[in-house]
Design a binder for this molecule. Structure first.
Ligand SMILES: Cc1cn([C@H]2C[C@H](O)[C@@H](COP(=O)(O)OP(=O)(O)O[C@H]3O[C@H](C)C(=O)[C@H](O)[C@H]3O)O2)c(=O)[nH]c1=O
Length: 185
């Protein structure tokens, strides 16, 4: 397992080793013990999600669940490729409003750890891109929220993405009141 730190120290890039042979490969996509032995102790995961986006240029985000149902997410690409983005949304954080973007693909096998307190979104780079992710809390519709994708200075590499109705009308980051406090998680 390769572990990379990013410019926001709590956000990690994890890349499991792939054991290749003439059939293809085998990888342990999640192993708590391996990470703990490398000094990384992530919270317990309780729900796995899987989404398929048919069209390249599909953008989902920027999303969150408010406390007490804030979710940490471990995100990977099962098919195709995407640009995954996290934004620090913790009030009084030294990196508040800063974002990290990483290309995730079936080929590179990279995963991004999105801690609770961060906005999360992605834009797909290929048709039929599948995203698989583990969450540290259950879905709670009443707690979920969205911030408009083009209101935080992210360079998504697209100008006219396919958006859900919810994402099309989301609040701008400047007008949004973050429910997350630095040091709360
Ligand atoms: C998130 C979620 C959704 N749903 C239902 C609700 C809707 O009927 C349908 C689609 O939901 P939504 O349009 O919110 O899906 P995405 O736009 O992919 O939202 C996700 O995309 C961004 C990138 C995220 O990080 C979040 O996990 C999540 O907000 O699935 C569920 O039943 N369970 C769930 O955990």
């Amino acid at each position: 397992m390769q572990i990379e730190r990013t410019a926001i120290s709590e956000v990690l890039i994890l890349t499991p080793a792939r054991r290749g042979d003439e059939r293809g490969f085998f990888a342990e996509s999640w192993n708590r013990k391996t990470l703990r032995e490398a000094g990384v102790d992530l919270p317990e995961f309780v729900q796995d999600n899987h989404s398929l986006s048919r069209q390249a240029g599909t953008l989902r985000g920027l999303h969150y669940q408010a406390p007490p149902h804030a979710q940490g997410k471990l995100v990977r690409c099962g098919r195709g490729s995407l640009f995954d983005v996290v934004v620090d949304a913790r009030r009084s954080s030294p990196t508040y409003g800063q974002w990290i973007g990483v290309e995730l693909s079936f080929e590179n096998g990279r995963q991004i750890w999105v801690p609770a307190g961060f906005l999360h979104g992605f834009v797909t780079r290929e048709p039929d891109t599948e995203v698989i992710y583990k969450c540290t809390d259950y879905y709670d519709r009443a707690s979920e929220g969205a911030v408009r994708w083009n209101s935080t200075g992210i360079d998504w590499g697209v100008s006219d993405p396919l958006l859900s109705d919810k994402d099309r009308v989301a609040t701008s980051f400047a007008d949004w009141q973050s429910p997350f406090a630095y040091g709360e998680f």
